[in-house]
Design a protein around this ligand. Structure first.
Ligand code: HEC
Length: 134
């Protein structure tokens, strides 16, 4: 993606991604019904910032790979999108996982958040995605 965005002006990057995604059905993970559409670099960074602001790391660890609470990355890797969304929006309050349905930062961006953790799980999104200069 970053190689692409280096040679393609920002304005066209989205169109290019759509064309490539359409041409490459392998981007869709058929067995789980996951949509393979990738986050843009900007969406990755803004999702990363949202998760920092809400501080999932407080319980799930610095890179969300487990601390007092289990790894979110591993959960995205092994569970369905439905399970993931339900877990984050409804939580598991009796076991210490808050419900985020009433938090617009999370609820409005739940698809990006899921795709962020899918990217973390398959290695396409680094733990700290911030560009060096920002
Ligand atoms: C106050 C601590 C706390 C915070 C903050 C928190 N979680 Fe959790 N989370 C937990 C606990 C504890 C569990 C395990 C619940 C269980 O055992 O069923 C959990 C479970 C999960 C799971 C399922 C993992 C699994 O293996 O069962 C996901 C996904 C998840 N949290 C996502 C998030 C996200 C995304 C955020 C931030 C928006 C967040 N959590 C913030 C405590 C927290």
């Amino acid at each position: 993606m970053s190689a692409l965005s280096a040679i393609v002006p920002r304005c066209c990057a989205v169109a290019v991604v759509v064309v490539i995604a359409a041409a490459m059905p392998t981007w869709a993970d058929a067995d789980t019904g996951r949509t393979g559409s990738r986050l843009t670099d900007d969406a990755v960074v803004s999702t990363w910032r949202t998760l920092r602001a809400v501080d999932c790391a407080r319980c799930h660890g610095k890179d969300y790979q487990g601390l007092a609470a289990p790894s979110i990355v591993e959960y995205a890797r092994t569970q369905s999108r439905e399970m993931f969304v339900r877990m984050v929006l409804d939580g598991e309050p009796s076991r210490g996982m808050p419900a985020y349905r009433d938090n617009p930062l999370i609820a409005a961006h739940i698809d990006d958040i899921y795709r962020y953790f899918l990217g973390r799980a398959d290695g396409t999104i680094p733990a700290d995605p911030r560009p060096a200069q920002r």
